[in-house]
Ligand binder design. Structure first.
Ligand code: S3P
Length: 449
């Protein structure tokens, strides 16, 4: 549970980053492992689950719906209730800061007969839910929300849910997954058409649990079909390291002269690796070793050396594969030589914060030059360390906080953040892990102030 604000600061470390580290488990896959495990029959064992606040909210919600979820020394186990076997929750479901938890759960609840109420923290209560309410209503569920389709949300699940056919108006894996989860307890074929491919962890995991899922590639997009009311069978899951979390030590190592860092077991699903493509195009020295498949997802070890970066043009079609990584890419861009153009960032406005505005403010208060033109962000790097010295407002956004702290590790002056407590939603232990990766026995470049 995120409680008191935690102001933090970061300054240039006394030694470069060095050594080997592992980042926590993938957030997207962790949520899905708990949800699909709860909908399967039998006992699913999960290794490497992210134990961050967002995922713990999903665990609590699935318990409230009747699944048995236990955290043991060897990992987590979920004893599921089967598709259609969830019970009505006795109390309000509080999804904390997590948009993924709230939207995916809305899909499950839409086709589960019974009544449920869902809420979240101040950040989540500002975020749009209409993008799932509108399509899910067509299955026969009824939703009542606060104005603007925001949480709290009351849901009357459909008794005999109809299968949905839906063309996504925004590239969103959360909306796609909500429709597929709803389709699990609907009779017949659910079909989702996505004009641009988004992360496919739900499709992969559904197959892993024995559902019949087909995926057809159509231009840049995909058509996904699911046969409803399958018997999902419990299956073990190994959660890879989260590439979205690996992004922070990777960029820190690229920016701090003399650094060499090895990150083991990082998820390399091609629909998640847009940032790595960008950083390499900028001249980043990132080598992938030991590529392998773990639990159906590609994984590898990344070796990162400090490098001199240059500005690039990031095409809008790449946005879904790095939608959470723009704040940290903007930090890298502020230290690169020349302009980095990031285009088509409208979806960033509805994340944990308005990430387009908040990223621009992060750079601005630390002396970097940038422009926001419509939904595009242009960062004009000088090729020299940026000034720093700013106090960054994080707006309850974990990725903003970590991006600002990485900025402070490389800038001339330290950088402070008003509240780093939300880092625990996705990257518990971030401060210790970063301090521990400073060479010569570690350091305390990141600290509570
Ligand atoms: C997620 C999808 C993305 C991403 C979020 C996790 C998921 O959101 O920003 O952090 O697990 O499906 P959208 O699908 O809404 O872009």
């Amino acid at each position: 549970m995120i409680s008191a604000p935690r102001p933090l600061s970061a300054h240039r470390p006394a030694a470069p980053l060095a050594g080997t580290l592992r980042v926590p488990g993938d957030k997207s896959i962790s949520h899905r492992a708990l949800m699909f495990g709860a909908l399967a029959l039998g006992e699913t064992r999960i290794a490497g689950l992210l134990e961050g606040d967002d995922v713990l909210r999903t665990a609590a919600a699935m318990r409230a719906l009747g699944a048995e979820i236990v955290q043991g020394a060897e990992g987590w186990t979920v004893t599921g209730r089967g598709v259609g076997g969830l019970r009505e929750p006795e109390d309000v479901l509080d999804m904390g800061n997590s948009g993924t938890a709230a939207r995916l759960l809305a899909g499950i609840l839409a086709s589960s007969p019974g009544f449920a109420v869902m809420t979240g923290d101040a950040s989540l209560r500002r975020r749009p839910m209409k993008r799932v309410i509108d399509p899910l209503t067509a299955c026969g569920a009824r939703f009542e929300s606060r104005s603007g389709g925001r949480l709290p949300l009351a849901i009357h699940g459909a008794v005999d849910a109809l299968p949905l056919e839906y063309r996504l108006p925004v590239a969103s894996a959360q909306v796609k997954s909500a429709i597929l989860l709803c389709g699990l307890n609907a009779s017949g074929i659910t079909r989702v058409i996505e004009p641009v491919a988004t992360r496919d962890h739900s499709e992969n995991m559904l197959r892993h649990f024995g559902a019949e899922v087909t995926v057809m590639v159509e231009g840049a997009g995909r058509v996904i079909t699911l046969r409803g009311q399958p018997e999902l069978i419990a299956a073990d899951i190994v959660v890879p390291g989260d590439p979205s979390s690996a992004a922070f030590p990777i960029v820190a190592a690229l920016l701090i002269p003399g650094s060499v860092l090895r990150l083991e077991g990082v998820g390399l699903n091609p629909l998640r690796t847009g940032l790595f493509t960008c950083l390499r195009e900028m001249g980043g020295d990132i080598v992938i070793e030991n590529e392998r498949l773990e639990g159906g997802e590609p994984v590898g070890d990344l070796i990162v050396h400090h490098a001199t970066l240059r500005g690039i043009d990031v095409p809008p079609g790449r946005v879904p594969s790095m939608v959470d990584e723009f704040p940290i890419l903007a930090v890298a861009a502020a230290f690169a030589q020349g302009t980095t153009r990031m285009r088509g960032l409208h979806e960033l406005r509805v994340k944990e914060s308005d990430r387009l505005a908040a990223t621009a403010a992060l750079l601005e208060c630390n002396g970097a030059r940038l422009e926001v033109v419509g939904d595009d962000l242009l960062v004009h790097g000088t090729g020299r360390p940026a000034p720093g010295g700013g106090l960054v407002q994080t707006h309850m956004d974990h990725r903003l906080a970590m991006s600002a702290l990485v900025f402070g590790l490389a800038s001339d002056q330290p950088v402070r953040v008003d509240d780093g407590s939300f880092i625990d939603t996705s990257f518990p232990g971030f401060v210790d892990l970063m301090n521990g990766s400073i060479g010569n026995g570690g350091g305390s470049a990141l600290r509570t102030v």
